[in-house]
Design a protein around this ligand. Structure first.
Ligand code: ATP
Length: 273
């Protein structure tokens, strides 16, 4: 299968009006705890952004801000030029895997239909809804197990169904919280390739929180590294360096590049592989 060229020549100097996600001088504190401060980001349509950093740095909290669930302490966040709000149709969300356990008895097609119904489109009748569910399941390669109980599917199969559900509103922005967790390398690569194809074909911007750097490295455009001593945004080669990570952790960190990807050495608290 050939994947068409990207929808846009990547340029990160985006006009804030056309940006899918805009954070300006954004800070998030919980009481005395300052998770991140002065974050500026304009996300291009079709861009693939990886959010990396140690446990507890504030990566999931960033997704919650974009979902309209947690207010910023300071600054501004907008989705496609509008203020964030819960259930914004332009935003799809793939939650962490454990969120699915309550739905284990459902079938994939039920879960995907919930993604459509939950947004109350007035979609135009049962037949159209059924066709849309079939289309979404086919797009993620889940047609063959569309009627199996979710609880019996493998982690990789469940992840495809979650992605299909998150795409039910044809979002401009897809937020994924550790979608590669507990998948083997082949399934990790399958999920990343699926997301990459989506953003290339439809211009859906992807924001992925992950501890797994190597499976995504060939695809990501930019990295947002959230660390104990600051946040840094840039291309992977700008951010994933010994100098930058040593500065962000204020302790010596070494980034080693091999033919198979990168290894980050020097800290117990760094992303696990
Ligand atoms: N509503 C809240 N009130 C107070 N503290 C909170 C709240 N939400 C999150 N926190 C704290 O903020 C910190 C960051 O949490 P978050 O889940 O964003 O981290 P993370 O970078 O996603 O971590 P992990 O990699 O472990 O998933 C944690 O210490 C968490 O306990």
């Amino acid at each position: 299968m050939t994947i068409p060229a990207p929808v846009l020549p990547w340029s990160f100097n985006v006009d804030p009006v056309t940006s899918v996600l805009s954070l300006r001088d954004a800070s998030l504190h919980f009481g005395e705890r300052h998770l991140w401060e002065h974050l500026d980001l304009e996300l291009v349509p079709g861009e693939f952004l990886a959010v990396l950093g140690p446990n507890g740095a504030g990566k999931t909290s960033l997704l919650r801000v974009v979902l309209g669930l947690t207010p910023l302490t300071a600054g501004e966040v907008r989705i496609a030029g509008e203020p964030v709000r819960r259930g914004h149709r332009a935003v799809g969300y793939v939650p962490q895997q454990n969120a699915l356990s309550a739905a284990a008895g459902l079938r994939p097609r039920d879960l995907v239909r919930l993604g459509i119904d939950g947004h109350r489109w007035g979609f135009g009748g049962a037949a159209r809804t059924r066709a849309k569910v079939d289309e979404l399941l086919a797009a993620v390669g889940a047609t063959s197990y569309a009627d199996a109980p979710l609880g019996l599917l493998s982690g990789g199969e469940q992840q495809r169904v979650r992605i299909a559900q998150a795409l039910a509103t044809d979002p401009q922005l897809l937020l994924c919280d550790e979608p590669l967790l507990s998948l083997d390398i082949a399934h990790q690569q399958g999920v990343v390739a699926l997301l990459d194809a989506r953003r290339r074909r439809h211009g859906t911007a992807i924001v992925m929180v992950t501890h797994e750097i190597n499976p995504i490295l060939p695809y990501v455009d930019r990295v947002l590294f959230v660390a104990p001593h600051g946040v840094r945004l840039g291309t992977p080669s700008e951010i994933l360096t010994s100098a930058v990570l040593t500065e962000l952790y204020r302790t010596p960190v070494e980034v080693v590049r091999t033919a198979h990807g990168i290894a980050i050495l020097g800290l117990h608290t760094l992303p696990e592989h």
